[in-house]
Design a binder for this molecule. Sequence first.
Ligand SMILES: NC(=O)c1ccc[n+]([C@@H]2O[C@H](COP(=O)([O-])OP(=O)(O)OC[C@H]3O[C@@H](n4cnc5c(N)ncnc54)[C@H](O)[C@@H]3O)[C@@H](O)[C@H]2O)c1
Length: 439
Amino acid sequence: MALKKGVDVKPASGKLGILMPGMGAVATTFIAGVMSIRKGLSKPIGSLTQMGHIRLGKRTDNNSPTIKEYISIAKLEDIVFGGWDIFHDNAYQAAVRAGVLESKHLDPIKEELEAIKPMTAVFEQAYVKKLTGPNVKKGTSKADLADQLMADIKNFKEKNGCDRLVAVWCGSTEVYRKPTDVHMSLDKFEAGLKASHDDIAPSQIYAYACLKMGVPYANGAPNLSLDTPALLELARKQNMPVTGKDFKTGQTLMKTILAPGFKARMLGLEGWYSTNILGNRDGEVLDDPESFKSKEVSKLGVIDSILQPDKYPDLYGNISHVVRINYYPPRGDAKEGWDNIDIYGWMGYPMQIKVNFLCRDSILAAPIVLDLALFMDFASRAGMSGVQEWLSFYWKSPMTPDGLYPEHDLFIQLMKLKNTLRYTKGDDLITHLGAEYYD
Ligand SMILES: NC(=O)c1ccc[n+]([C@@H]2O[C@H](COP(=O)([O-])OP(=O)(O)OC[C@H]3O[C@@H](n4cnc5c(N)ncnc54)[C@H](O)[C@@H]3O)[C@@H](O)[C@H]2O)c1
């Protein structure tokens, strides 16, 4: 639905339930972080909704409120957490297992975390080959499983006295699949659910159930999930916002920071070799070639769309772009990425850049989950539905409305995000193109 200027946004009153299919490293780091911030023990570092400012008017106006003052978003105190997982571990046990946060951060919130127990998951081994778990629903068909998820959502909302819900998929990366006929319309998809069609993935059953229940849905993994005609049709029908795919965290974040810089300076790129070692459960799942394929496709798209080789053949017409992920258990969640970037300058002289990012995957992903949940709830209250392209900032593979190429440049994405917020408030957009020097 087209964005309206100066919309009336329903107030963020009451509790907001954030539902996560998949309660592993990312989900528990996010939950623990919010709890710690609520207790005044940590700061929301990395979160635009909590720390970002937005400039309004001319630079001489000196008016830059924080985003959370500017738009109506839910308060951290009003958030309730829930989710599903194929393991029975509560959020405390899952956080300890994930090994991201130290006991000095988990101990003060142990009881609160222990109270969050995963609901029984919809899971199919064929879609995540490396995992098996005991906490899995049984059903007579995929339609029956979707009904069970809808019942979970209804119960969660009632039990926790939530005013609104949003969902963010934090589950494992499913195997790479392209949409097939069953994904081409809502009718076909619903018939496929009843017939338990093999091509309907668990992540799609969650997306379907959430949208049916009026819950905005964000997909943090690279697999298709809601990025199909059928589920986008459902989102439109339900007037629900949707967004995805694949949280933009470590190496791809660096790519979308560096590549726009090369292009801005008209520097050529001959090759970009990226390799990672990763030892958490996500790394184990990605050790399966079919799950890795989903990730690879998501990671590879970025460079081409930023650099536009068709428009700049002399600079970017022949790039060798290679991405590798190796499962290496000793490293746990502390991923290490190496990038070797071969660039060239004036008269074609070659240069090299080496980036060695010792990052923490879930530490980078957690604030993204928070921002997405809060912005999706805002979008829903503002009457925004369909694909929320202004949230491309958060994604490795931003979903776009039909026929449009994704915008990957982090700085354009940020401008788009902030201008969308200004637009919904009826304020002037900031284009940095004003006729006056102080615009
Ligand atoms: N950490 C990052 O920086 C990052 C960045 C981009 C994308 N992602 C994606 O986010 C997702 C979560 O990452 P993570 O590091 O938390 O992984 P994780 O393995 O720690 O957690 C995933 C959890 O999902 C559960 N799960 C799998 N299938 C499920 C299903 N059908 N229903 C319910 N639960 C299910 C698993 O049991 C596991 O507990 C992955 O898909 C990953 O690729 C992570």
